[in-house]
Ligand binder design. Structure first.
Ligand SMILES: [Zn+2]
Length: 152
């Protein structure tokens, strides 16, 4: 089923989150590569369920993201405070020892802590600034004017 991907303000941290909207049935998957928040929302949860989309919401406690030399992306969104920070660090260092693109960030009570690596260039931008930057760079999404284009 067709969906459209765009940037949306993260309801938890206020930065930019990935939204993937199945517009024909009003189901939106959202995940935040800043704070780790993720959810599946719908104005009609029962219908969403009939199409196999489980409406739910998970709080975020951070993100572990590693990108291998081949460009393969592996991402963990923490839905509770990570107890295995050391293991995450080891995994990142195993795939991207120079920490060129990988990072480990925790998020608790509104505070980000960068444990390892360098987050994306746009990581720190509040949603409004991010949206302005994306419009400037990419313009409107064809056929979906009003939605903010997305990149990391
Ligand atoms: Zn967030």
């Amino acid at each position: 089923m067709a969906s459209i991907m765009y940037a949306a303000e993260c309801p938890q941290c206020g930065r930019s989150a990935f939204a993937d909207n199945y517009y024909k049935i009003d189901v939106t998957y959202i995940h935040c590569r800043r704070c780790g928040y993720n959810a599946v929302t719908s104005r009609n949860p029962e219908e969403a369920r009939r199409y196999g989309h489980d409406v739910h919401e998970n709080p975020g406690y951070g993100v572990c993201l590693s990108i291998t030399k081949e460009g393969h992306l592996e991402m963990t969104l923490f839905n509770c405070f990570p107890v295995d920070v050391e293991q995450c660090k080891a995994e990142i260092l195993a795939t991207d020892p120079e920490l060129k693109k990988s990072f480990l960030v925790t998020y608790t009570e509104g505070v980000f802590e960068i444990i390892l690596g360098t987050p994306f260039e746009n990581f720190h931008l509040p949603f409004k600034e991010y949206a302005e930057k994306m419009y400037e760079k990419h313009g409107d999404i064809e056929g979906f004017e009003g939605l903010v284009p997305i990149e990391n």
